[in-house]
Write a protein that binds this ligand. Sequence first.
Ligand code: BES
Ligand code: ZN
Length: 593
Amino acid sequence: MSRTDPHSYFDDAQPRCRHWRLRLNVDFARKVISGEAAIDFAGEAGGILDLDTKTLDIQRVFVTATGADVPWELADEQPILGRRLRLRLPAGTKSVSIAYDTSPEAVGLQWLEPAQTEGKRLPFLFSQCQAIHARTLLPCQDSAAARITYEAEVSVPEGMTAVMSAGPQGDAPAGPGRHSFKFRMPQPIPSYLFALAVGELAGQDISPRCRVWAEPAAIAKAAWEFADTETFIIKAEELFGPYDWDRFDMLVLPPSFPFGGMENPRMTFLTPTLLAGDRSLVDVVAHELAHSWTGNLVSNATAEHFWLNEGFTVWAERRILRALRGDEAASLAWAIGQKDLEGSLERFRDKPELTVLRTHLEGVDPDDAFSSVPYEKGARLVTALERAVGETEFARFVRDYMGRFRFQSITTEQFCEFLQERFPVLLAKINADAWLNQPGLPANAPRFVSSRLDELTALAELWRNGRRPAESQLTGLRPAELVVFLQALPRELSAADCAWLDGLLGLTGRGNYEILVHWLGIALASGYAPAFPRARQVLSTVGRMKYLRPLYQALGRTVEGRKLAREVFAEASPGYHSLSRRVAVSVMEQYPS
Ligand code: BES
Ligand code: ZN
């Protein structure tokens, strides 16, 4: 018996699931997906097969070909892992089928009321499986080390559209009031990239291989915002090799989506907070696109190697950004990331073991380990490697690396071994041990310099010395510049300073969420009353955890803020994604009582 993943019952000595054939019936009234999953093996399987499940109601297990019952048992619920489903397969089984229902409490699904959508007419459903929530959608080997292909037939209420992390294979009426959509995913993916969304959706092509999906009311805005995506793909192909997933479509979700983006292959999921109206937040699209190489082609074997996904992808995203927008734009992105990283190191002050890159997560929920560390420390490690060998050499290495491990899931140790073969002294030279196994940011971390960055920090520094910048120095700032400036300001300002800044730049009324949330962080911590209604509005609609955390934190700094936080949480949290709810609760638990 050899389990390879602390977050899964996947056992690599047991039969390997190769392909799923799924029939999924989406029932909005019960908030349940009724599923039948046929799991095909590579050859003939037999004996014990352990699958991950969580909050699933298993109804029947049978040999797909004959319908003969297969003995099964569900183990007791474990807090992080869920319940192990153990099957005893008769010898010679080529495919086993499981009939089951999901639960309305499935962490991997959010069922939205019509009121939580743009159109307000129909409900909405979306999944979010990374890191270990696919098991709440279907019984599976829920480890990134176990890749599968799949096909699915999804039945939804008439008038609604289903999209998946797969290629569409047509749709047709399916009985009274129902419509069914077919999909096929021919490339092997880890279970965490399995994805489904159902809603009132419209699609608009923005290039031959790229379509944007959104609710009808948002589609025009979304198609405009992401119109440059094909340029990103072309640039990424230049940098990393051919795009291997056929299409790159995107779905803009309702605002409760807990992330900025999720790299579901062929159908990236995006938060609507990216719709700033000025294309200034499309770095998230570049990021999810870059995962098509770093993450989806070469995946982390388990959440303990998450930096391989995210560190590489942040590095790749900024390479795309630099190629398209220039050095300055890239430097500002690195600077914004540096502040995020400092924030995470501070948040994990008492848990330094979560600030290493190669983590050890036995008994730790990956959602609780999540922070900017694998992203920003990881991207800095990749940059340190790149600077040590030179950009040209490193570009060649990255292509070789992706060629060597394509459609595989690997560990940090495998990565190091491969690197070691190519560059025998490199790991020692950059002190890889400090990067991978020691907390915090190593002293030899790369710096990203730019004169613009220095100017912006100097402007903010004025404030610490009791002086405001001249109005003309602030009014012309571009979005990323303004974010850098806001990040460099003191966390608390006087009411007069808040009013002056807000009056000059209209910050409370901004629709660009990066600017808005950085501003509200200061305004709320400063007890600046005019910002409170806007904070209430954001917290009652937006579920993106990156924004909820700093807003709930800033509200915790004043008595009035804590009152608002508790009120808005009581009102809005039934509509939060369960992950978002957990973040809000964990921040409020730290409030002084
Ligand atoms: N894969 C992540 C999102 C994720 C990570 C979901 C871990 C669940 C568990 C995605 O690619 C991501 O990193 N999104 C960022 C985008 C940003 C770094 C540009 C986000 O959501 O903010
Ligand atoms: Zn990512």
